[in-house]
Design a protein around this ligand. Sequence first.
Ligand SMILES: [Zn+2]
Length: 64
Amino acid sequence: MISGVDQNTFSLPLNDFIKPLTRCTDCNCKLTEIGKHQIENRLTSLTRKCYDKFLIYPECGQIY
Ligand SMILES: [Zn+2]
């Protein structure tokens, strides 16, 4: 019971911290989730093996 309360109190500041990162610092475009197959040719083999979903800034093409 106590640990559940702790999780709720911590979730709000954590969300506030993550939010600004969804906008690109260069062109302010919105971070979008993208499937692996759509950017496969831009990935290294190690990255392909470890991750299935990626985040991309569609305006400037930065991938995370
Ligand atoms: Zn951008």
